[in-house]
Structures are given as structure tokens and as C-alpha cells.
Design a protein around this ligand. Structure first.
Ligand SMILES: [Zn+2]
Length: 411
């Protein structure tokens, strides 16, 4: 077999991986990096089919090209395919607002849905001469890792998390000859989820009891839902705003992709959905908690809330995920200031970041690899593969960290 990355190797974002054998090729993930300007992967060669691990744009954002230009089927769980539809359409909208060209026509997203094949974890299927099975990768609802059997076997993790969260079960290793492993947190560890939750809840309670408003910026896919479940433990009105509400409704349609669908339904029902601009204006009041997009303070309803509370020292802005350099969230953490309405303002509210990551930390990545027991490990989806490569050398006889475009042989 031969393999190459189109993007997402020695970098985070725009992942694309091509696997070929005997004249047949598979594409695993095909994403874009939604930066300013957006970054695209290398053009895909003609493939027979594509496997999509999950809906995040850095894995799914270029998949419509495969349906549109290659007329090839795209496989994914129902949850992944429906969420990707929403995110790809939103992505084109944002591109247009920011004045960037479209990477494909909007109808390509409908073509993707028309050519999509819905798969289930644990149910094997054949794609040409490849025998494929998807399993839960523990990252977000519906996220899959794929074990592909050709001349040898290969496990492609996509984004991976090992410990369970309130929202999803963690991933369990599956044996394979080659492991293609994401390494977002190579060289870094997370605190246990329970202590992160405890610290987050105590800050929320303090804010509410002091008569402040608690704004919780959250990614729409996965983080919004997990936080609503965590916030069930707080005795205060919780509001949810932004695209996270539509994503929650998709997740609830597919209970098989959740750890506890009833618990998510209960948390979602307990929160009040903010309906439009008029409602939003009346929500930002003392003693309330608002979970809203965007998670990195790059537009979305969170900006309206920040305008209403950034000056109040009793209030809090609680960031709940990784903040990419150059985003409003990163700027706020670094300088205590944020651009609002074309001017940069000082935020007097309490600002704090909580590490609710959906990616496995370094030790969990190494233990996961031990469980797969591969001969070869290929590290991707990180700009710092070195510490992971070093620790994996005792796990596999061959450890690679190729760059996009490098072609390498597999058994
Ligand atoms: Zn992801």
C-alpha cells in the first residue's frame, strides 16, 4: 500500500490522507483550516470513495469537492453527515462575508449529501477491495475512527479522545498493522475532567452569587452540549444561543452517538433557547449563565453579550476550549482586551480559560497506541510531533511524521 497526506501532517487542520493499493484509492478526511484567509489542502487525486471521521471543518470542509468533482461516495455516521452539512453551509456563508472565494459551489454540499453512505459503528462494510469498519473515536458525537483492511490493516483515528466525558464515551484501541494517529496534544497533558468541571462550576457559582452574568463562549459541536450537561449542577437560569442549538437537535435525533441521550435531552430542555436578536437583548441579566457561539469570540451571538457585560467586574467570561492565535479569545487571554464594534475595549469582567478538550493528552495517545500494537505509527495533526514520535519508538518498530506530499510505503 502507498499513502500520502494532502494536508494536516506536521500541522493542525485541513487533514487529508490518501491510501492506495492495486489501482484503488481511498481518501480519509478532507478538511480546510477556517483561518483568515482560509487554508486548503492539496488537490485530491481521483479516489474511489472517501471516509469522513467527523464533522469539524478541518476534517470535513473540503468533502463536497469529492462528491462534486469525483462523483465518489462519502461514508460517515448519520450524525457526522448531518452536522457536516450544517457546518459546510455556514462555512461558505462566512467565506462570502469575509470576501473570500468559494472552494466549491453551494450545490456541491447537496451533492455530498446525495452521494453519502450512512454507516454505523461496529458494522463492517466493503468499499471496492477494501474491508472497512468504523468505531467510536470518543471526540464528539458521531466521530469515528476507521480500520481499513487492504493488503495489510490500518487504523486511522481522525480526532481521538480516550477518557469518557458526560457527552461521549472514550475510544477503545483496535488492533492494526499501521496506526495513523492524531497528535494535537503531543507533549501536553490534560487535568482530569472532574477537576476541570469542579473549577468551572465553582467559578460559575461565584459569579452568579456575586450578581454577575456568566458568559460561556463554546464551540457549537460537542462543547455546547457538554457544558449544558455540566451546568445542570448549577442553581441558576441557563440560556443557550447560536448554532449549538441546531447541532444539539441533530445529536438528539441520533441517540446511538451519545453516552447518555436522556441526560443531554434533560439538560437541553432545562436551558432556555435564545430566539433571535430581540430576545438576546433581554437575556444578559445578573445571575444568569449564557452558553453561546463562537467559542473563540470570532463573531456570533457572543459578541452581543460581551457588549452588554464586558465592563462589569462582577461578571465572567469563561472560555472553554483552545483559542487559536489571532482570534478574539486568544487576544482577550493575552491582553485583557477585545475588539468590539471596530474598537478595542478593555474587559473588566473576570476572564478565565478551562481546558475542556476533546483530544487525548500525550500519555493517553501513547497508551492507545500500545493497545493497537502496530508495526508502524504515522503521527499527524500536530505541529510538534517530536515528543510523541520519541515515546512511540518503544511501541512500534517504525514511527513516521511525514509532511504533506511525502509518499510512504506500507505493507
Ligand atoms: Zn475535531
Amino acid at each position: 500500500m502507498q499513502a500520502t497526506f494532502l494536508g494536516g501532517a506536521r500541522e493542525v487542520g485541513r487533514l487529508g490522507f490518501v491510501l492506495s493499493s492495486g489501482g484503488s484509492s481511498l481518501l480519509l478526511d478532507y478538511g480546510l483550516a477556517p483561518e483568515d484567509p482560509p487554508l486548503y489542502p492539496k488537490p485530491a487525486p481521483r479516489v474511489d470513495a472517501a471516509l469522513l471521521t467527523h464533522a469539524h471543518l478541518d476534517h470535513s470542509g473540503m468533502m463536497p469537492v469529492i462528491a462534486h468533482e469525483h462523483n465518489a461516495p462519502v461514508y460517515g455516521t448519520a450524525t457526522t453527515l448531518e452536522t457536516a452539512d450544517l457546518l459546510c453551509k455556514d462555512c461558505l456563508k462566512v467565506h462570502r462575508l469575509e470576501g473570500y472565494g468559494d472552494p466549491y459551489p453551494e450545490f456541491a454540499i447537496d451533492q455530498l449529501q446525495a452521494s453519502a453512505r450512512r454507516i454505523r459503528w461496529g458494522s463492517p462494510f466493503d468499499v471496492g477491495s477494501w474491508h472497512v469498519q468504523a468505531e467510536d473515536s470518543g471526540h464528539i458525537p458521531g466521530s469515528s475512527m476507521y480500520r481499513v483492511q487492504g493488503p495489510s490493516s490500518l487504523l486511522f483515528t481522525g480526532d481521538l479522545n480516550v477518557p469518557p466525558t458526560r457527552l461521549v464515551n472514550g475510544a477503545n484501541p483496535v488492533g492494526a498493522d499501521t496506526l495513523v494517529l492524531e497528535g494535537t496534544y503531543a507533549g501536553r497533558e490534560h487535568e482530569p475532567r472532574e477537576s476541570i468541571e469542579r473549577a468551572f462550576l465553582s467559578r460559575v457559582r461565584e459569579t452568579v452569587e456575586a450578581g454577575g452574568v456568566c458568559v460561556v463562549p463554546a464551540f457549537a459541536v460537542g462543547r455546547t452540549q457538554e457544558l449544558l450537561m455540566v451546568l445542570e449542577e448549577v442553581d441558576a437560569p441557563v440560556y443557550v444561543d447560536g448554532m449549538g442549538t441546531r447541532v444539539t437537535e441533530i445529536f438528539l435525533k441520533h441517540p446511538e452517538s451519545l453516552r447518555d441521550a436522556k441526560a443531554l435531552k434533560k439538560a437541553y430542555d432545562a436551558a432556555e433557547r435564545v430566539k433571535g436578536h430581540g430576545h438576546r437583548k433581554n437575556v444578559c441579566k445578573p445571575g444568569r449563565v449564557i452558553v453561546t457561539t463562537s467559542g473563540m469570540l470570532e463573531g456570533g451571538p457572543v459578541i452581543s453579550y460581551l457588549k452588554g457585560m464586558h465592563d462589569d467586574p462582577k461578571s465572567s467570561v469563561l472560555l472553554t476550549g483552545y483559542q487559536v492565535e489571532g482570534t478574539g479569545g486568544h487576544e482577550l487571554l493575552k491582553t485583557g482586551r477585545i475588539p468590539l464594534d471596530e474598537r478595542v475595549v478593555t474587559v473588566n469582567a473576570h476572564v478565565e480559560k478551562f481546558d475542556f478538550s476533546g483530544h487525548a493528552g500525550h500519555s493517553d495517545l501513547v497508551s492507545f497506541a500500545e493497545g493497537v500494537s502496530p508495526e508502524t505509527v504515522v503521527v499527524c495533526h500536530t505541529d510538534t510531533p517530536e515528543p510523541l514520535v520519541e515515546d512511540l519508538e518503544s511501541v512500534a518498530s517504525r514511527v513516521l511524521a511525514p509532511a504533506p506530499g511525502d509518499v510512504f510505503d506500507l505493507p
